[in-house]
Design a binder for this molecule. Structure first.
Ligand SMILES: *Cc1c(COP(=O)(O)O)cnc(C)c1O
Length: 394
């Protein structure tokens, strides 16, 4: 049996998989088993924030693995405490952190914090969470229900938890708030939904309104966090102060980690929430190494340089291939090209693999780019050279 046949026999077929077998990565270049190279504009869906084979990250993981990988959360875990401190300092918010293992789990934590807040801070219990259409918040039964896409709420998995509703726009959120609403959960740039950023002014207005009403603002930064938009958090870029923020994808550079942070540090108490693996030595040592790589790059203006360079390339593409694309979308290194049809989107993604380029899809017709934050200009140039080759065949 070849790898594809083995996969089909032994792995549950929940993904529409591509069967390119990558065996090595260096920076933003991947190599398959035959040595063919691919420019990686996807970074494992925004996860490999410092690229592949990063010495600092690999070194920190090796050192930690040779020492202690895991001891339970019943003990204090030094790298966990240090990572929490680092994230809080970089965010600029006075918050406390709970570590989980994924984005969905971080969002579960956020919803638990909101629900308990809603029970303890008001005369009558508040539990409803408003989210937006085209949002994506995870795949657990609760976070899939929080996700504002009907196609995700298939009857296969019902009944789902109560207390979630979806609005078409930020404007509609105001009208949807009632006396049982405890929180509004949003992405500042909708990732899976089509790489769609919200206007800064409308987010700031919403944040101010929720603060006035005593309703929590939860920002899902699972994809936007950890320098993806150019600032440490998209919340920093939007200059808001959410009540709760969730992180995951880029934080561990590929080692699974999730985090929920909140300024309402007193809401959860011992026994309210927990995780066996969350925040263990290995994942938090990885998180510390990732931030050690990215923070100096940010301070030196290198991340800004990269995102401007990437952005200029996308503009060139839209100008040159107006027959294929409507416009470029997104922020920072979370970008997309809105294709004129789903067919164009599909064939670009497929043909890119043949040309040695990994790109992603988002929404119905967006080609998505989530390169690693450390991607070089040479890699960007080479990636777009291959991308144009693909476009010229269409
Ligand atoms: C990827 C993603 C999630 C889910 O993260 P998992 O680690 O897959 O559970 C949640 N929210 C957003 C915004 C995401 O992009």
């Amino acid at each position: 049996m070849n790898l594809e046949q083995q996969d089909k026999q032994y792995v549950l077929q929940t993904y529409a998989r591509n069967y390119t077998n990558f065996v090595k990565g260096v920076g933003s270049t991947l190599y398959n088993e035959n040595g063919k190279d691919y420019i990686d504009f996807a970074s494992g869906i925004g996860v490999n924030s410092v690229g592949h084979g990063n010495e600092k990250l690999a070194g920190a993981i090796c050192e930690q693995a040779k020492n202690i990988i895991h001891i339970s959360n019943l003990q204090v875990i030094e790298p966990q405490v240090k990572l929490a401190q680092k994230i809080v300092e970089l965010s600029g918010y006075d918050m406390g952190i709970f570590f989980a293992n994924s984005g969905a789990e971080a969002n579960e934590g956020a919803i638990k914090i909101a629900r308990k807040y809603g029970e303890t801070k008001f005369d009558t219990k508040r539990y409803k969470v408003i989210t937006l259409e085209h949002s994506f918040h995870g795949r657990t039964i609760t976070t899939v229900k929080a996700t504002g896409q009907e196609s995700f709420h298939t009857p296969h998995f019902s009944p789902y938890p109560d207390g979630f509703s979806y609005e078409k726009s930020i404007e509609d959120v105001y009208k949807a708030i009632d006396e049982e609403t405890v929180a509004v959960l949003i992405e500042l740039v909708q990732g899976e939904g089509g790489v769609q950023p919200f206007e800064k002014e409308e987010i700031q207005k919403l944040a101010a309104h929720l603060k006035e009403e005593g309703i929590l603002l939860i920002v899902d930064e699972v994809q936007t966090g950890v320098y993806r938009t150019g600032e440490f958090l998209a919340s920093n870029l939007y200059e808001i102060e959410p009540d709760i923020i969730t992180l995951a994808k880029g934080l561990g550079g590929g080692v699974p980690i999730g985090a929920v942070m909140t300024k309402h540090k007193e809401v959860l108490s011992a026994g309210d929430h927990g995780s066996t693996f969350g925040g263990n030595y290995l994942s938090t040592a990885a998180g510390l190494a990732v931030l050690d790589v990215l923070k100096p790059m940010y301070d030196d203006g290198l991340i800004d340089e990269t995102l401007l360079y990437f952005s200029a390339k996308l503009k060139e593409i839209v100008n040159k291939y107006g027959n294929l694309f409507e416009k470029e979308v997104g922020l920072g290194l979370m970008r997309g090209l809105r294709a004129k049809s789903a067919e164009i989107q599909g064939s670009i993604i497929q043909k890119s693999m043949t040309e040695g380029l990994v790109v992603l899809k988002a929404g119905r017709n967006t080609v998505r780019f989530l390169p690693s934050i450390t991607i070089t200009k040479n890699e960007i140039d080479e990636g777009f050279k291959r991308f144009e080759k693909v476009l010229n065949t269409l």
